[in-house]
Design a protein around this ligand. Structure first.
Ligand SMILES: [Zn+2]
Length: 110
């Protein structure tokens, strides 16, 4: 029964990078709420902070093997309303199929 099952969800968790997605995501949401509470008043620093957090959220977590910004790859393919689940449900690197499983062989392939 040992068929080649797909890796379980949680690629970011397995590669120890989930916080790199959740931390800026939380910051982005906080900035968004701050901007909404500000009503008509535009707050450039808050807006810049929101954009910076969004950029971090997209680009911070990377595949340990090929350095692809995996979150960005997911976000460009999923609809806005599925971003959160799509990222957390990520099973492997969209670019090189690296599964993020701990492996003994640490060969520095070039
Ligand atoms: Zn990769």
């Amino acid at each position: 029964m040992a068929s080649s099952l797909p890796p379980p969800p949680g690629f970011l968790l397995r590669t120890g990078q989930r916080w790199r997605y959740e931390l800026p995501a939380a910051g982005f949401i906080a900035c968004g709420i701050g901007l909404m509470l500000g009503g008509g008043q535009r707050s450039p620093p808050l807006l810049i902070l929101a954009v910076a957090n969004f950029a971090l959220m997209c680009l911070w977590a990377r595949c340990p093997r090929c350095r692809t910004a995996v979150v960005w790859r997911v976000l460009t393919r999923a609809s806005v309303w599925k971003w959160m689940s799509a990222v957390l449900d990520l099973r492997q690197c969209p670019a090189c199929r690296f599964e993020g499983l701990p492996q003994d062989a640490s060969n520095a392939g070039g």
